[in-house]
Design a protein around this ligand. Structure first.
Ligand SMILES: C[S@@+](CC[C@H](N)C(=O)[O-])C[C@H]1O[C@@H](n2cnc3c(N)ncnc32)[C@H](O)[C@@H]1O
Length: 293
């Protein structure tokens, strides 16, 4: 079978199966290309429509098994192939970590302009999962020291793999911490966080694909706000003067605004899609700290 025919055949099967997209791709065709190219180590620059590559028997067997996993188990392609893309870079992923997809990637690519007066020299990726946000920041800001922290030691093993993959062991450190609990004495120019913010009430409505991700990565008590509010309350103590907190709260944005209506969050807009990311300065976090209790 030709590569291009296999991709179109897989696209048709994915469409028929009514899968959910949103873990790195947004259509059956993109999902099929992601699965096939990653399995066969093909560069994504290849135009499969113009390729005459014939699939070998062993390649077909491996691909068929992976396509079945995608359809039967609704397993996202990133977990099947062990690789996700974030900020144009590859990250190792497995079911110990959330699949990277935060719109914060666009802010990193734009070097957080015009939010930061100077390039940050100390950065914290709080609730780091695979480490994708902190590592992408470290690669963007070559002078910065970056801490990657998570409460899950399983996540940190994956983050450590990714730190090695991107040759950052000299500048990036993984720290096991329940939010800021093990970070005392440290302070940062920039704290970036994509914490859990999905309310338990939303759990039943999530597509099966999400059930492959760690529960700890998705859900937060108090209608999704428990962890975001704890971060808003404590972050000022770990920010340098003039420092900023970039916090994704996703679907909890509306509830947050209702809970703390006076806090002047700056909500980011994204050319490439996504929302629910706020920015707030250290000084404002200090001024409004009692609102977050
Ligand atoms: C939504 S995932 C984000 C992962 C990664 N930042 C990303 O964007 O792909 C949230 C992460 O928060 C971690 N987490 C949950 N509760 C935490 C806590 N109390 N302290 C630190 N990390 C926590 C989870 O283990 C998970 O890795």
């Amino acid at each position: 079978m030709l590569l291009r025919d296999y991709i179109l055949h897989t696209e048709a099967m994915f469409s028929e199966a009514e899968l959910f997209y949103g873990h790195g791709t947004d259509s059956p065709l993109d999902d099929a290309v992601y699965l096939v190219f990653s399995t066969l180590n093909i560069e994504f620059s290849l135009d499969y429509k113009k390729s005459d590559r014939i699939l070998e028997f062993c390649e077909l067997a491996e691909l068929d098994a992976r396509v079945e996993l995608r359809i039967r188990d609704r397993k996202p392609v990133a977990y099947i192939v062990g690789k996700a893309w974030f900020c144009g870079r590859a990250f190792y992923v497995d079911e110990r970590v959330l699949i990277p997809r935060s719109p914060i990637s666009e802010l990193i690519r734009n070097r957080f302009e015009p939010l930061l007066a100077l390039p940050p020299t100390s950065i914290l990726d709080l609730c780091c999962g695979s480490g994708c946000i902190g590592i992408a920041c470290a690669l963007e800001f070559a002078e910065a020291r970056v801490d990657l922290s998570d409460v899950s030691s399983e996540c940190l093993l994956v983050a450590e793999e990714n730190v090695k993959l991107h040759n950052l062991i000299d500048r990036a450190q993984c720290v096991n911490s329940d939010l800021f609990a093990s970070l005392s004495g440290r302070s940062y120019d920039l704290i970036v966080s994509n914490p859990p913010y999905v309310s338990l009430a939303e759990a039943g409505a999530l597509p099966v694909e999400y059930l492959h991700e760690p529960r700890l990565a998705l859900f937060s008590d108090d209608g999704g706000l428990a962890i975001p509010l704890a971060i808003l309350q404590q972050a000022e103590m770990y920010l340098n003067p003039g420092g900023i907190l970039v916090l994704e709260v996703g679907s909890a944005a509306e509830t947050l605004c209702k809970r703390v209506p006076k806090v002047p969050f700056l909500w980011m807009e994204f050319a490439q899609g996504g929302d629910g990311v706020l920015v707030i300065r250290a000084e404002e976090l200090h001024r409004y700290r009692d609102s977050f209790i």
